[in-house]
Design a protein. Sequence first.
Length: 274
Amino acid sequence: MNTLLVRRLLIDLNTPFPARWNGGDAFRSAFFNALSMSFPVGEQYFIDSVRNGLKTLPDEKQQEFAVEVQGFIGQEATHRRIHALFNAHLEKLGYHNEIARRAASRVTANAHRDPRMHVAATAATEHFTAIFADWMLRHPEALAGAEERLQTMWHWHSAEESEHRCTAFNIYNAMGGNHQWRIRTFYYVTVTFLSDVARQTVRNLWHDGSLFKWSTWRSAASFLFSKEGIIRSNVGLWRDYLAPDFHPNQHDARMSEQWLIDHQDQFSVVGKVA
């Protein structure tokens, strides 16, 4: 069982920020904005899925996982709140959050499905967020030129995503979820997650007026598909999930652990689950 801390981030998110807050780079700003727009609905879905999955387990298994799930819920609820504050500034800048609408519609349409499917979808998405989180911490240039408070927000979120990357996966296994459905769900999440983020990023760039500028797509090509780009350099980690014996703890989490140690002055601990 993982030790999870519920932390309150000590940064100012009341002060507005410009549309191209990420170092003046239109693409990087639009991409991270798209991710943030997806988080409040997504985090609530993860909370509900894992909580409901826990309830299906036998009493002894519920007791085994209860405190870890409590910590998982606490962290995800904090992420939801922080990104809601961030997104409120985007809304004031005129950005339309289509990705949240699509995600909410999908959640409603699939609400009747087996709880294992929802936990499998959560585990799959958590794999994405964990590998992207580790990439973020290894590539500080992704946020080069952003205000320190916004860098802190994204790095804190990344570190905690890595920290609780095993929870949904463990619940899925405890529920008797099989490898075949885990992989089918993973492929589905891969397509929907990447397509949703891509569509919202394009919408953000259209609103920003930078969709058809050469500099935008030069930045996109480097950020996504260069040798160290967020997609190209993570293909191997994405593929690891397909192995029958895969477990998220096989991936290195030392970067996130070290960030949380080095930046304790940026948050206060409001709860601990051990």
